[in-house]
Write a protein that binds this ligand. Structure first.
Ligand code: C5P
Length: 332
């Protein structure tokens, strides 16, 4: 064993992500797509608590908060199993006893916010610590374990603003944003499966990527965030960023009503509305969290009076948050 196994629970905050840009560069031989995307972590997060189970048997997972779907599909248990396999067993290897995991779900599920992948990355980190095995996997092997669980998971191991390329495994950290812009997230209760969105995209692009304009915007933003961009300058670019997602048209076909919802939000909020990942979460940028909170109240009222359509099987999640900053990471 490399260091002492923990008996006390280990708590990790698993942040959501937002894609400020998402260019599809092309389809790969393995069926995945090469991307060029600027990811930023958000203050919105799930909370993962990991402790040794103290009994024989499988790892267990107890989820509270938002509906996270079937337990057997949860990436947390898959991530722990993958970490255990990567460590291996045998003389001199850390033991990897069963773990009891609690997950407080605050990030809407299957929403384009990366919640499942973030939980998985946090689970890899926390389980290694619980086993006293933090040194057992070097960063490259940790990265490989994360990539095996989900395309977005490697980004969350560091959780800093980054240019994400390839299938999601090539991460270039970016200086990011100075200041703390507010973000309003509106996630309609419409099931959007990522593979369906990519399949519709492929159907209209014959195996090629987008037309290159989103890629140019993405490269430009990555360069700017590499040097550090003020919140004011980021918001000045909101109009361009809100249309810098090659999956927008495909997501609109998979999620009925998304176009009408986006149009209504644009009208009511008077700001550009973007799409995160493969959707269906729509986002708007604000100079501060307070203004995003004000916009959330406006959207709630507009849905109640019918001026924003209610789409999907239930109420939309309307969540004001901020881009997670380095100062905030240090204080949490
Ligand atoms: O890796 P993950 O399970 O998150 O991917 C879900 C699905 O999204 C994949 O099965 C694939 O259809 C699609 N995908 C893709 N290219 C990526 C990431 C995801 O085609 N870079």
């Amino acid at each position: 064993m490399t260091d002492a196994a923990h008996q006390t629970p280990i708590v990790r905050l698993a942040p959501a992500k937002l894609n400020l840009t998402l260019a599809v560069v092309g389809r790969r031989a393995d069926g995945f797509h090469d991307l060029h995307s600027v990811f930023v972590p958000l203050a919105l997060h799930d909370v993962l608590t990991v402790a040794p189970a103290g009994t024989a048997g499988p790892d267990s997972l107890h989820v509270t908060g938002m509906d996270a779907g079937p337990l057997e599909e949860n990436l947390v248990l898959r991530a722990i199993a993958a970490a255990r396999t990567a460590i291996g067993q045998g003389p001199g290897r850390p033991t990897t006893p069963p773990l009891a995991v609690r997950l407080e779900k605050r990030i809407p599920v299957a929403a384009g916010l990366g919640g499942g992948s973030s939980d998985a990355a946090a689970a890899i980190d926390a389980s290694l610590e619980a086993w006293g095995a933090s040194e057992a996997l070097d960063p490259a092997r940790r990265h490989a374990v994360a990539a095996s669980v989900g395309s977005d998971a490697p980004f969350f191991l560091a959780g800093n603003p980054a240019l994400v390329e390839g299938r999601g495994e090539r991460i270039t950290p970016l200086t990011g944003i100075h200041g703390q812009p507010g973000i309003l997230l509106v996630t309609p209760a419409v099931a959007v499966r990522t593979p369906d969105v990519f399949a519709v995209f492929d159907g209209s692009h014959a195996g090629t990527g987008g037309d290159g304009s989103v890629r140019m915007t993405s490269a430009h933003l990555a360069q700017e965030l590499g040097n550090g961009l003020s919140a004011t300058d980021l918001i000045a670019r909101a109009g361009v960023l809100a249309s810098a997602n090659d999956l927008m048209a495909a997501a609109a076909l998979v999620a009925p009503g998304l176009v009408q919802l986006r149009r209504a939000l644009t009208r009511v909020l008077g700001r550009p509305i973007g799409l995160s990942g493969s959707g269906p979460t729509l986002w708007t940028l604000y100079p501060s969290l307070g203004e995003a909170e004000g916009a959330a109240v406006t959207v709630e009222a507009a849905i109640a009076d019918g001026s924003i359509p209610s789409i999907g099987d239930g109420p939309a999640s309307i969540i004001p948050t901020t881009i997670r900053t380095r100062q905030e990471e240090a204080s949490t």
